[in-house]
Design a protein around this ligand. Structure first.
Ligand code: MD3
Ligand code: FE
Length: 213
């Protein structure tokens, strides 16, 4: 067995009740995950969606799975078809499904079967403001989030918007599982700093795997 000073799988940290960071959990599969993102984007290109208030999001998004998360002037929702093409979203990649199930299991949530994967693409200068994920039908299911590429500072607070926020640095390959009491916590991503990642260049990708329907 080869011993490494920098093991790819850096262990488990509890962030809050029901919220677990699995450091480096996705790192060994990074190439396959990025290839799967490229496949999705070839059929459902990244785009900057518009919020109900009329602001274009700085983060570019696309989806795969039976349901895709969208926003436009009429609101936030899950939809089976890509509004840009009218086609169903690409199928959920088996690589995403197995990672989601393994990560959820490692965090204590057995049998997690997501039907939606939102793919966020950040470039330096982009951010995601504090929000809750509440467009899903059933909050009993956890959410699995996978970070790839440039590092980011993630912030999360509590159930109320005014609750104090904590910051956590998320790096390439880190996976976070949010469930139970933390499922409806407010969260966001601070403005991405510039940098260059060997696999993604000046970009960060985040996969958010959810059971939406
Ligand atoms: C904390 N994306 O797409 S998901 C999103 O890095 C989103 O792009 C983040 O928030 C990103 O909605 C990471 C992390 C996440 C998801 C659900 C949560 C954190 C959460 C639910 C409760 C608390
Ligand atoms: Fe979110």
């Amino acid at each position: 067995m080869r011993l490494s000073l920098f093991d790819a799988d850096g262990g488990k940290e509890a962030l809050a009740p029901g919220a677990t960071v699995l450091r480096g959990f996705a790192r060994k599969r990074d190439i396959a995950l990025l290839a799967a993102i490229e496949d999705v984007a070839a059929r459902a290109p990244f785009r900057h969606m518009v919020t109900p208030g009329g602001f274009q999001m700085s983060v570019a998004m696309t989806n795969c799975g039976a349901a895709g998360w969208i926003t436009d002037r009429s609101g936030y929702r899950y939809q089976a078809h890509d509004p840009q093409s009218g086609l169903p979203w690409p199928a959920l990649s088996p690589a995403f499904l197995s990672l989601a199930d393994e990560a959820a299991t490692a965090a204590g949530f057995a049998n997690f079967v997501p039907d939606a994967c939102l793919i966020n693409r950040y470039e330096p200068g982009t951010k995601l403001s504090l929000h809750q994920d509440k467009d899903e039908a059933d909050y009993d299911h956890p959410i699995v989030s996978v970070s790839l590429g440039l590092p980011a500072t993630f912030q999360f607070g509590g159930q109320k918007r005014a609750d104090p926020v904590r910051k956590v640095a998320l790096e390439h390959g880190d996976v976070v599982v949010w469930g139970g009491p933390s499922r409806l916590f407010h969260h966001g991503v601070l403005t991405l700093k510039s940098g260059e990642h060997p696999l993604t260049g000046r970009r960060r990708f985040n996969l958010t795997l959810r059971k939406a329907l």
